[in-house]
Design a protein around this ligand. Structure first.
Ligand SMILES: [Zn+2]
Length: 176
């Protein structure tokens, strides 16, 4: 319940934001910026944003509004949403999103991912890293959305490209 309300609060924060993002020399307000991201990257960005926005809305609920839900939140993630911490069999870019989400919700349980993904997760998790911005429930969503877009462009897309490369290599190896 709080979760869905917080999604709406985030939308309102974008709408009311005075912040702008400059794209191709044009200043966009935050809602236009969000639409620009959807148009540029399509459905995969929407899914990606949803995962990272969930880190924020869950933290708003359990760190600011109702700390009593902190333990149930961890249990829900442990048992229902992401029972296994082993993502090593998934595509690299999915491993990245899932490990960021799961480790943000259940910080005491490191995920099992490809070494390359691990390096990316470690890097964005360090103090001052992009995940800190998204995990901070006190920041408004107009500060968090650009951080989510950076995570997508700097980590998700390159990992997706690397996954394609590995798939192609495996196919040519199988074919020969
Ligand atoms: Zn959600």
């Amino acid at each position: 319940m709080l979760h869905e309300i917080n999604h709406m609060i985030n939308h309102t924060e974008l709408k009311l934001s005075k912040r702008t993002e400059t794209i191709n020399n044009k200043k966009l307000n935050m809602l236009d910026y969000q639409n620009h991201l959807y148009e540029t990257f399509g459905k995969t960005f929407e899914e990606f944003e949803n995962i990272f926005e969930d880190i924020d809305v869950n933290n708003q609920a359990t760190k600011l509004q109702a700390p009593v839900f902190e333990t149930p939140k961890q249990e829900i993630y442990q048992h229902l949403c992401a029972p296994s911490a082993d993502f090593s069999q998934d595509p690299l870019h999915k491993q990245f999103s899932w490990a960021c989400l799961r480790e943000s919700m259940i910080s005491h349980e490191p995920c099992i991912v490809d070494p390359l993904v691990q390096r990316c997760v470690d890097y964005v998790s360090q103090p001052g890293g992009l995940l800190e911005t998204i995990r901070n429930p006190k920041l408004n969503y107009d500060e968090q959305l650009p951080a989510i877009a950076k995570l997508y462009e700097k980590y998700y897309l390159p990992l997706q490209a690397e996954q394609k490369k590995r798939d192609t290599n495996n196919e040519s190896r199988d074919g020969s």
